[in-house]
Design a protein around this ligand. Structure first.
Ligand code: ATP
Ligand code: MG
Length: 882
């Protein structure tokens, strides 16, 4: 039975039994679920339903969920059953059927030849929760009874402890016992003494039934959940390995083409030896994982899920090295994954250009890393040899791994070739330390909000509890209005604030990048400022800061959103969509939103792209957006189904919230995005759009900040004013500013070249620059910072040094220009007169002057013309000398 048939049998079986079939959610969990990096099981997208925060589209659900488990990375390729990326089939009951029905369904589907998997009943073993002292729970006797009732003999029911058969989602919250189905694969897979739960291969776990039964409290008590639920998971690949009669998941129809490709690329054979087999398996598994993560919008980076992706891509490439593949091959593996999986996951087809682009880029950058690492490693090897030691320190190996991204396994391998080894234990300790640091950095447990500098925090749990206990859902009316007359239905004091819930609320709760609204709540007896709006699933709660009188539950209130702030935020939100569309148009479809901030002051948009944007790119993007503002496209929000939105090509964002009904914001003729934010009704309302910065946010993620409307106008005004000021200082019209600055800076350079007056002035150096003409030395130089007296003295000095000479000097000092001509009497006799020279040159600098035949001086006011004046002076001399 092929994998496609397995999926279909499972889903249609549960569909026939009243379950709603829902599509797989993204591998990137909902933005509203910050507790997990990647989707690890089928139940994750349904968490809000199980917690009672959101209404499910049906109380019975079934899905085939893309799942990714980083915890299993290390064993991939070694066990027969663990993958990073796999598909989990599941059936879910949200407060409807419970253990008995779940057991009956699971056994029926597992054994039915006709519509199920046709497993041999006698080979199926069951594990059940065997109780735990610390939890104060005994064995799950209900589950045992239900399995007995369907005929499973006691010797095939195994009791296991908390580690294996008790599920909890966190330190508190929903939890309960599990019951797993195993298949006895026979003596080829292990001795008869093996048992389910041994972590050996003889008994293969294929299905886990989780009974969400209790609500674990902070004090350790375990009251029953108000609505008990079922969550199950069955691995498609494991079932395929069973039904296709192959030992491991890697020989199934899902993997065989990938293994074959690896064999072709490397010339090695699967099964030849363990290292080869393992490498081929890792390449296949990681190739699948990378392809699916890329399709869901993850890009390689050094943080969070981007790091998981980078890690599996690099591990795959490195395993390629182990196999001796010396060509880039990752793109080929991804391509093969696409071909195997595209029928079930059409996204792989539409996202192919994006997948290919990132796979290629990462392979290129990693090969540079490898080169660099190999160079560093050979230095280490040389050093070790010079020191005649056979060890390389754990620190050096760790640095290679941590700073240069050079895989440790590879370090070890290359060292071994040289007869060297590394301190494994020391390396592990350093790794553990690094892990602790990153764990500490990623733990986030509470939602905090600052009340104008005060250290007032409301714990996230408190808000959740408050909202739940209120027992009703606030109707959000903020799309239609910014004011509402309504009722404050519940209120509670919290650290100087008041937590409140309105019947109807116009206040937008932070989400989708857009910040919470601010505003006022007024009752007949008091007034309070809205300092925060918390999103609780589809619901919301307010944090109020009383300003006047008392605020209490049961009162009628007027709720008013701070309108200017909200309008500014709406302009920025719509502009964010336009920017997104413009970037995709200009740069390509690999551009995906990776995060955003939308506030009244500005917008910030993070998006996947590998390189800095050129100035031309930015000008084009601004122009595109500007064009859309000018042509005034209508903006509307449409409530529709997810399928319909997808059909219409709506951009489903990174980690979009799961749900059948979605809100799609359409900018007519420009873009469609799933979005819960508030928007203007037509693009012209945005007025102006201007990009202020373009920077890097993380590797392969760029960040653009921009302003709109009055904020952009203010910036424009500020800049215009500054430009005017500059023009005024330069004494040129605005359009000549650049030219004037160029001139100015040339002049500064010129001045810096000129000999400066003062004690350091090099008189002989100046004299050397004189040019001889018919036995007369002629010197014409511009100096700087000298007044007329100093200039005269210097000219005397130089003339004496030169003998028969004409010395003409000019200088600027404190805004005035001075000229001097100094002529030897012997030269005067040849017709060169100082007075003639000065009289000709002075008008050029806007002045006049005169003197004797041997010495004349002039003043002027135009320093820019000094050079020209001296040229005139030189011409007079040359003419006189014939
Ligand atoms: P195991 O003990 O074998 O690691 P598990 O207890 O972690 O399995 P669950 O968390 O109960 O598994 O997941 C439900 C089902 O998903 C399993 O019964 C199995 O069929 C499948 N599954 C879990 N982890 C993997 C994996 N790493 N690769 C492939 N399939 C998996
Ligand atoms: Mg596991």
């Amino acid at each position: 039975m092929r994998a496609a048939e397995i999926r279909e049998r499972f889903l249609s079986f549960f569909e026939k039994n009243g379950h709603l079939r829902v599509p797989s959610a993204s591998l990137v969990p909902s933005r509203y679920d910050p507790t997990v990096l990647l989707t690890t099981a089928g139940m994750q997208p349904f968490k809000p339903y199980f917690r009672g925060e959101e209404e499910p589209p049906s109380r019975r659900l079934t899905s085939c969920q893309k799942s990714f488990r980083t915890v299993d990375i290390e064993v991939v390729g070694t066990t027969l059953r663990h993958l990073t990326f796999f598909e989990m089939l599941g059936n879910f009951s949200v407060g409807e059927y419970f253990k008995e029905q779940a057991v009956v369904f699971a056994l029926d589907l597992s054994t039915s030849e006709e519509y199920g998997f046709g497993l041999d009943f006698d080979d199926i073993w069951i594990t059940v929760f065997g109780g735990d002292e610390k939890l104060g729970l005994g064995p799950d006797s209900e589950a045992i009874e239900h399995w007995r009732a369907v005929g499973v003999p006691d010797d095939r029911i195994v009791l296991l402890g908390v580690d294996d058969n008790f599920w909890q989602s966190g330190p508190t919250g929903p939890c309960g016992p599990c019951s797993e189905l195993y298949l006895d694969r026979g003596p080829e897979f292990g001795p008869d003494s093996d048992r389910p739960g041994d972590d050996t291969e003889r008994f293969l776990e294929f299905w886990n039934l989780v009974f969400m039964q209790y609500e674990l409290q902070a004090d350790g008590s375990l009251p029953p959940l108000p609505a008990q639920s079922i969550d199950t998971g069955l691995g498609v690949e494991r079932m395929a390995s069973i039904l296709q009669g192959v030992p491991s998941v890697y020989e199934t129809d899902l993997f065989a083409p990938l293994i074959k490709l690896g064999e072709e690329l490397s010339g090695k054979k699967y099964g030849d030896d363990f290292a080869t087999t393992r490498a081929l398996r890792i390449i296949a598994d990681h190739g699948r994982g990378a392809t699916f993560l890329l399709a869901d919008g993850v890009v390689p980076s050094n943080e969070e899920r981007g790091y998981v992706l980078r890690r599996i891509m690099r591990r795959a490439i490195q395993q390629g090295h182990v196999l001796g593949i010396d060509q880039p091959f990752l793109v080929r593996v991804c391509e093969r994954v696409r071909d195997v999986m595209r029928e079930a996951y059409p996204d792989l087809e539409s996202q192919w250009p994006t997948i290919e682009r990132w796979a290629r880029a990462e392979e290129e950058s990693f090969s540079r890393t490898l080169e660099q690492g190999e160079r560093l490693l050979s230095e280490l090897i040389e050093r070790a040899k010079a020191d005649s030691t056979s060890w390389v320190s754990a620190e050096d190996a760790f640095k290679l791994h941590d700073t240069y991204g050079f895989p440790y396994e590879m370090t070890k391998e290359l060292l071994a070739e040289e007869g060297l080894s590394v301190d494994d234990q020391g390396f592990e300790e350093l790794m553990e330390r690094a892990r602790e640091v990153s764990r500490a950095g990623s733990s986030r447990t509470r939602a905090t909000a600052d009340a104008g500098g005060g250290e007032v925090h409301v714990e996230h749990e408190d808000v959740m509890r408050f909202a739940r206990e209120a027992g009703f859902q606030t109707r959000f009316v903020g799309y239609e209005t910014t004011e509402a007359d309504t009722v404050l239905r519940s209120a509670e004091r919290a650290n100087g604030w008041v937590l409140a819930k309105l019947e109807e609320s116009p206040f937008y709760p932070e989400g989708g990048g857009q910040i919470s609204d601010s505003g006022l709540v007024e009752t007949p007896s008091g007034r309070a400022r809205v300092v925060d709006v918390y999103r609780v699933g589809d619901d919301q709660a307010l944090a109020l800061e009383p300003v006047e009188g008392e605020i209490g539950a049961g009162e009628t209130v007027r709720a008013v959103v701070e309108r200017d702030t909200r309008l500014a935020t709406m302009r920025n939100h719509t502009a964010t969509h336009l920017l997104h569309a413009a970037l995709r148009e200009r740069l390509g479809d690999h551009v995906r939103q990776a995060g955003s901030y939308v506030g009244p002051d500005k917008l910030r948009f993070d998006f996947t792209h590998g390189e800095r944007l050129s100035p031309d790119d930015l000008v084009d993007v601004e122009r595109l957006v500007g064009g859309w503002l000018a042509s005034n496209h209508p903006v509307r929000a449409i409530e529709t189904t997810r399928d319909e939105a997808e059909r219409l090509g709506a951009m489903a964002l990174f980690g979009e919230k799961y749900g059948d009904r979605v809100r799609m914001v359409e900018i007519e003729g420009v873009s469609r995005e799933l979005c819960g934010g508030t928007h203007v009704s037509a693009t012209a309302e945005i007025g102006l759009f201007h990009v202020t910065t373009e920077t890097s946010s993380a590797s392969n993620v760029r960040r653009i900040e921009a302003v709109t409307g009055p904020e952009a106008a203010r910036l424009f005004q500020e800049r215009t004013q500054r430009l005017n000021e500059i023009a005024a200082r330069l004494k040129v019209p605005e359009h000549e500013v650049v030219h004037a600055v160029e001139r100015l800076s040339e002049r500064v350079k010129e001045l810096e070249r000129r000999p400066k007056g003062g004690p350091d002035l090099d008189i002989s150096g100046l004299a050397d620059r004189a040019v001889e003409r018919d036995g007369v030395f002629v010197l014409a130089e511009v100096l700087t910072g000298l007044d007329s007296n100093a200039l005269r003295d210097i000219s005397d000095n130089i003339r004496q040094k030169l003998g028969d000479a004409v010395v003409m000097l000019g200088s600027e000092s404190e805004g005035r220009v001075h000229l001097v001509a100094n002529v030897s009497p012997s030269v005067v006799e040849r017709g060169v007169k100082a007075g003639d020279i000065v009289r000709a040159a002075a008008p050029v600098v806007g002045g006049g002057g005169g003197g004797r035949d041997t010495l004349a001086q002039a003043g002027g006011k135009d320093p820019d013309k000094l050079d020209e004046a001296l040229q005139v002076a030189r011409a007079v001399v040359e003419k006189a000398l014939g």
